[in-house]
Design a protein around this ligand. Structure first.
Ligand SMILES: NC(=O)c1ccc[n+]([C@@H]2O[C@H](COP(=O)([O-])OP(=O)(O)OC[C@H]3O[C@@H](n4cnc5c(N)ncnc54)[C@H](OP(=O)(O)O)[C@@H]3O)[C@@H](O)[C@H]2O)c1
Length: 265
């Protein structure tokens, strides 16, 4: 049995591919319980870990880092012999081991496109994790997308910046394209969204169809010198958009480190 503590977005991305008979979700938010009950009628959902019995389960910690210490201290005596997998950003295995009095801790850093089997996950296993559990956890994430196993824990913070938080960066860019089409050119919201999504899907399809072509070549192919596209790209260059994106990813990585430090107290 796999027990999820927290049944939010990321738990859902992971458990959609597991048969409901093999999982239990511990969730205390009524709105979320209603949503999960409606969407997954066969799922076993409890409000507290006290309502279930289990000894050798895999426990997945899928709550916000800010709620983690209290939640861990509350359940520590019930899961001191279980394998624990944290999907939480920032909090490292040593901190979790001290809160839970249990050193069988693994970490996973997935992302929400996993819900559509298009996820990216980074995994890290502490020394105490047996091979059988490593395989079980790795298979869980291979089911929902690309999976990378790291031998150093800091790579979990790096994949947080590069993949786990990255769908939000992509959504932000797409939102900006839609907003501009509405604001500058008076397209209706529906038209602006339809046009922009087609552009994004078409561009991605071109990238996938030409895997060996540098992305810059595809971009240059539609950017004649002195032309209309060049006028737009010049603005990106003038405002150093690539540098901004680099700074944003570094800020994300640094926040993961910071969260680890703040919460490790
Ligand atoms: N979202 C992502 O893309 C992503 C990617 C990688 C990793 N992560 C990590 O995944 C973790 C969860 O993120 P999320 O986006 O899934 O958060 P979320 O949607 O807020 O889900 C957490 C759920 O757990 C509930 N909860 C909190 N404490 C609980 C407890 N002690 N017992 C039972 N239920 C509890 C929360 O209810 P209340 O809100 O009412 O407390 C909430 O419904 C975070 O640590 C984040 O760093 C997220």
């Amino acid at each position: 049995m796999i027990v999820f503590i927290g049944g939010g977005n990321i738990a859902e991305a992971i458990f959609t591919k597991i048969p409901p008979s093999e999982i239990i979700v511990i969730e205390h938010n009524e709105t979320r319980i209603n949503y999960l009950t409606n969407k997954y009628p066969d799922l076993k959902i409890y409000r507290s870990l006290d309502q279930t019995t289990h000894k050798d389960d895999l426990i997945v910690l899928a709550i916000k880092p800010q709620s983690a210490k209290e939640a861990c201290l509350n359940i520590a005596n019930k899961i001191s012999t279980s394998n624990v997998l944290s999907v939480m950003a920032g909090i490292n295995t040593a901190t979790l081991a001290s809160w839970l009095n249990n050193d069988k801790i693994s970490r996973a850093m997935p992302n929400t496109p996993g819900t559509l089997n298009m996820g990216v996950t980074g995994l890290y296993f502490s020394d105490k994790i047996q091979d059988e559990i490593r395989v079980k956890i790795t298979d869980l994430f291979k089911n929902i997308g690309l999976t990378y196993v790291f031998d150093n824990e800091d790579s979990i913070n790096k994949i947080t910046a590069v993949a786990s938080s990255a769908p939000a960066y992509v959504f932000y860019f797409i939102e900006s394209l839609i907003d501009s089409a509405i604001k500058n050119f008076n397209f209706s919201e529906a038209e602006a969204k339809e046009i922009t999504l087609q552009v994004v899907k078409g561009s991605l399809a071109m990238l996938e169809k030409n895997p060996d072509l540098p992305i810059a070549t595809l971009r240059n192919n539609v950017t004649s010198k002195g032309g209309t596209t060049a006028a737009a790209i010049d603005i990106f260059e003038e405002h150093k958009v690539k540098e901004l994106i680099s700074q944003a990813e570094l800020a994300c990585y640094n926040r993961a480190l910071e969260l680890g430090d703040i919460l490790d107290q």
